[in-house]
Design a protein around this ligand. Structure first.
Ligand SMILES: CC(C)(COP(=O)(O)OP(=O)(O)OC[C@H]1O[C@@H](n2cnc3c(N)ncnc32)[C@H](O)[C@@H]1OP(=O)(O)O)[C@@H](O)C(=O)NCCC(=O)NCCS
Length: 154
């Protein structure tokens, strides 16, 4: 049984560990070792994660008291993060989180949801009818990441 609930600050260690492990084990199929190290190091910025949880619509998927995925919105309709635990991939958790996120966007009055997504996640979003606006290069701590600006009309 997967339960979706809003995150709170006590979830912080589990969320950042999941972020780091998913990037290291899953996104590593599509990005270089250096890119993965830089991206995963984002888990160390506790202050930023605290603000993300406190200020945004931030949800977690939980199974038997373990966080198996999370997603959050910024600016009302920007999906800024969607990560599923490395050991729980392809079990429908990402789809469940996305459904709840899209419902929240609709409920707050937006007609569109948008996101910047990794090469890894593109096939997933394609399956849920997201359109690619453009491919882009994102600069982070000396590394250049290729990702995609996507959107969907709700
Ligand atoms: C992208 C991600 C969130 C998807 O989560 P998930 O729980 O594994 O996805 P689901 O099990 O809900 O997948 C639902 C459907 O999407 C499609 N899908 C998911 N991953 C896919 C993949 N890698 N390739 C092709 N289709 C995929 C499939 O149709 C799948 O249904 P199926 O398993 O019955 O075939 C997850 O792979 C992840 O955490 N990726 C790394 C982090 C990341 O890049 N996040 C994106 C923000 S940058």
């Amino acid at each position: 049984m997967i339960e979706i609930r809003e995150a709170n600050l006590t979830d912080l260690p589990e969320i950042t560990a999941l972020f780091r492990n998913t990037i290291t084990h899953i996104n590593s199929k599509h990005y270089t070792e250096n890119q993965i190290a830089v991206w995963a190091s984002g888990a160390d910025n506790e202050k930023k994660w605290k603000a993300r949880i406190a200020k945004n619509y931030f949800i977690v998927a939980e199974q038997h008291n373990t966080i198996v995925g999370f997603a959050y919105l910024t600016q009302g309709n920007n999906l800024d993060g969607l990560f599923v635990h490395k050991d729980f991939q392809r079990q429908g958790i990402g789809a469940k989180l996305l459904r709840v996120i899209e419902s929240q966007v609709i409920m707050t009055g937006y007609k569109e949801i948008k996101s910047d997504v990794s090469k890894t996640a593109l096939p997933f979003f394609d399956d849920y009818y997201y359109e690619v606006e453009k491919k882009q290069l994102k600069h982070l701590k000396g590394e250049v990441f290729e990702n995609y600006v996507i959107y969907k009309t709700l």
